[in-house]
Design a binder for this molecule. Structure first.
Ligand code: FMN
Length: 206
């Protein structure tokens, strides 16, 4: 009896810990926004970030636009070679680093604390409330040809980046794709089995 109580107590502790570490995002609003041709006309790189937090609905819409699920079979807003769906989005925010869970449309806490300065090297990017770090998960890329694997990692990451750019154009948000990120520090902090590709801070304009 004592043993069963102990097991049940441990299960309770583990599930409540996990529940605390996962934040459900508001349902994304999939209608409206700017007409595509106008968003393409306004798509650009900006670097005048305000440090103001993004409101939760905007963050939810941004992540869905970037790489959310848009069909019943689980496929995404961004295409991937062989439908590998290997691009993961980590969010470097003031209170921690989170992983975007597309299926749950939620954020999973990976590491607590403000690590934004460890990700983006350039000062203008460090003030943004969130830097999205795009990573190719090698566990989802079962490929012997390593050159082709890394080519697909790069091209598929670019698809997500352009979705982010277009969403930002439509919502008048500030964003810049960043090659200048500290890959070593990101790999170490997040214990990545894959390729850390690019960063993309997003915020309001100053
Ligand atoms: C792969 C890639 C890496 C980039 N890396 C950086 C970067 O590290 N820092 C930066 O300020 N801009 C970076 N940029 C932004 C480019 O400088 C910018 O896209 C380019 O000047 C064209 O401007 P536009 O995006 O407004 O058309 C990068 C863009 C791409 C596509």
């Amino acid at each position: 009896m004592k043993k069963i109580t102990l097991i049940l107590f441990s299960i309770f502790i583990i599930t409540s810990m996990n529940a605390q570490d996962i934040k459900k995002l508001p349902e994304p609003i999939k209608k409206g926004g700017m007409p595509l041709m106008e968003a393409l006309n306004l798509r650009k790189t900006d670097r005048d970030f305000s440090s103001k937090e993004l409101d939760p609905q905007t963050l939810s819409n941004l992540l869905w636009a970037a790489n959310g699920i848009n069909r019943p079979d689980g496929r995404r807003t961004a295409p991937t070679a062989r439908n590998m769906q290997q691009i993961e989005i980590y969010l470097y925010m003031q209170d921690g680093v989170y992983l975007y869970l597309a299926k749950e449309h939620a954020l999973q806490l990976v590491v607590k604390g403000d690590h934004r300065k460890e990700a983006a090297k350039q000062p203008f990017a460090q003030v943004a409330p969130v830097t999205l770090v795009l990573v190719a998960d090698y566990a989802k890329m079962n490929m012997d040809d390593k050159e082709l694997r890394d080519l697909y990692a790069g091209t598929d990451c670019g698809n997500v980046c352009q979705n982010i750019y277009l969403f930002c154009a439509s919502e008048n948000l500030c964003t810049v794709e960043l090659g200048m990120i500290d890959r070593e520090s990101i790999e170490k902090l997040l214990k990545i089995n894959g390729k850390v590709l690019l960063g993309q801070p997003v915020g309001y304009h100053k």
